[in-house]
Ligand binder design. Structure first.
Ligand SMILES: Nc1ncnc2c1ncn2[C@@H]1O[C@H](COP(=O)(O)OP(=O)(O)OP(=O)(O)O)[C@@H](O)[C@H]1O
Length: 223
């Protein structure tokens, strides 16, 4: 993934100053203060928004020109699970994502079982999504993306509502995934095994390093 002179303006305010970034690692963490531009960068990477200037290339596609292709190979998990759970019953919701991405119906049940077991949420399969707790919904939203096995997984604070056990489980699960993962989080301990951690501050990259170094610099910047 390549960002070249990429910027993002919103309402004449700069959310992201020009940045050049080549991401080749399988595990990239994004950290930084509230409003520093993490979600903006993640959304640009997933082709959900277009840069105001410069380009973003994902798997050879320009996200401004081929947003559809980029979204096809990308799974995006939002901070707020309600923005991605569509169907009333959990299982139907997971099947919807599979159907939308063209997975044969015969595979649905097995794919859903596998991911739900891995996230230890099999018991939620027949439940109504709106009756679940915030954390349970977050897990279902994550499962909804994982079932489709996207090439690129972008997780924007996917563990904010989870208890310690589930956060760790997600982190272990993510560690075992073969795909490329971009992980936005304020839970710094979830990134200790990551290959690369980028620190944003007021729309600029202030550190880009290994987890220990990047986290230390982030803490210093926040002191
Ligand atoms: N839809 C929007 N319209 C206008 N401004 C926005 C919009 N989304 C984000 N912003 C602004 O862009 C800047 C960067 O926001 P962004 O969501 O990328 O930050 P973040 O680092 O993900 O923050 P947080 O840790 O709070 O989730 C902020 O100043 C924010 O107010």
């Amino acid at each position: 993934m390549t960002f070249s002179g990429t910027t993002l303006e919103r309402n004449r305010k700069t959310a992201l100053y020009p940045l050049d970034l080549e991401l080749t690692e399988r595990r990239v963490g994004l950290i930084g203060a509230n409003g520093s531009g993490k979600s903006t960068l993640a959304r640009l990477a997933g082709g959900l928004i277009r840069p105001s200037g410069g380009t973003v290339q994902v798997a050879g596609y320009d996200t401004a020109k081929d947003a559809k292709e980029v979204r096809r190979i990308t799974g995006f998990v939002f901070q707020n699970p309600d923005s991605q759970i569509v169907y009333p019953v959990v299982e139907e919701d997971l099947a919807f994502g599979l159907k939308e991405r063209g997975f044969p119906k015969a595979e649905h049940a097995e794919r859903i079982s596998r991911v739900m077991e891995r996230l230890r949420i099999s018991h939620l399969r027949g439940r109504l999504a709106h009756e679940l707790s915030g954390g349970e919904r977050q897990l279902v939203a994550l499962a909804g993306v994982l079932v489709t096995e996207p090439d690129l997984l972008i997780l924007d604070e996917p563990t904010t509502l989870l208890d310690l056990r589930h956060s760790r489980q997600i982190s272990e699960h993510v560690a075992a995934l073969p795909q490329t993962v971009i992980f936005v989080t304020h839970q710094l301990e979830l990134l200790t095994e990551f290959e690369r951690v980028i620190v944003l501050d007021q729309g600029r990259i202030i550190a880009d390093s290994d987890p220990d170094d990047a986290i230390a610099r982030y803490k210093k910047a926040m002191a």
